[in-house]
Design a protein around this ligand. Structure first.
Ligand SMILES: [Zn+2]
Length: 286
């Protein structure tokens, strides 16, 4: 299995003014992941891109500690989390930067980015800086073919994102629209699926935003319509309080608690395997 949208280290604490948003507890995260590896998790895509507090040394130690394969990403997130270099550089420079991360390795590391993302839009609006990053990311995606994964704020603009990227010439089978479950709008999810993009149910366990009962019902409805080959599952753990050791759901919640919920609803083993095994493998070319 692959979790396609996680953060094993992320730092949004300054912008959010909340120490909880510096997720960096190596030992607690590592222990959770070792448990998950025993239950069949093989791979994690870390979508902490440029300016989000990624740390290669930390990720490499985590890989050795857990035995999992950890894939890294390039891109810039969204406002107000964009560093100065993202705001100041033009589109062409940013495209070249992303392509270099994909082909030559990221910054000081020689580790290559396997995905572009998460690149995002704000609540109900795509700011000019965010639009520039989308255009730059689209250029890098067209050039390299690596998947492009987005952040929607509470699911807003999911449809606009996929249309915009398609207009920019991105193959929809390379596009992953993130956090779409949070829009609480099944019709929107179908519209994005009909555009040919992947829909990522990646906030599993974040029940303060949307109940897992509803999330599971959305997934069941999509699987019933035959969309399981365009769906992905993940948890997007971003806070210390999300870890099991701190009373949160923890990374294993998806496998231990959420999959049984899908099975009760009648979601087939084949569909579950599409969402957690086949589709990530197809997207990542592994
Ligand atoms: Zn996100």
């Amino acid at each position: 299995m692959t979790y396609m949208h996680e953060h094993l280290r992320v730092d949004l604490s300054k912008e959010k003014g909340d120490r909880d948003c510096l997720l960096d507890d190596f030992d607690a995260i590592g222990q959770e992941l070792i448990g998950l590896a025993k239950r069949g998790l093989r791979r994690i895509v870390d979508v902490s891109c440029r300016g989000m507090g990624r740390d290669y040394d930390y990720l490499e130690r985590m890989e050795r500690f857990t035995g999992l394969t950890i894939l890294i990403s390039t891109g810039f997130y969204k406002e107000p989390f964009l560093p100065k270099e993202a705001l100041e550089a033009d589109e062409k420079t940013l495209t070249a930067l992303f392509i270099s991360d994909i082909r030559n390795g990221c910054e000081s590391s020689n580790r290559r980015a396997a995905l572009i993302g998460e690149i995002g839009t704000s609540l109900g609006v795509m700011t000019p800086a965010e639009a520039k990053i989308f255009r730059a990311a689209a250029g890098a995606c067209r050039e390299t073919g690596v998947p492009l994964s987005t952040h929607t704020t509470l699911g807003t603009l999911g449809f606009e994102q996929v249309r915009f990227l398609k207009q920019l010439g991105v193959d929809p089978s390379r596009i992953i629209i993130g956090h779409l479950d949070l829009a609480d709008d099944l019709d929107l999810i179908f519209r994005v699926l009909d555009e040919g993009a992947y829909v990522e149910f990646d906030t599993i366990g974040k029940i303060t935003y949307l109940s897992d009962e509803k999330r599971a019902a959305f997934i069941q409805a999509c699987c019933n319509k035959g969309y399981s080959r365009q769906m992905l599952l993940s948890m997007d753990i971003t806070r210390l309080s999300h870890l099991a050791v701190n009373g949160g759901p923890g990374y294993a919640y998806l496998v231990d608690s959420f999959l049984p919920r899908l099975r009760v609803l009648g979601v087939s083993e084949e569909a579950i395997s599409d969402m957690l095994e086949r589709n990530p493998d197809v997207l990542l070319g592994v």
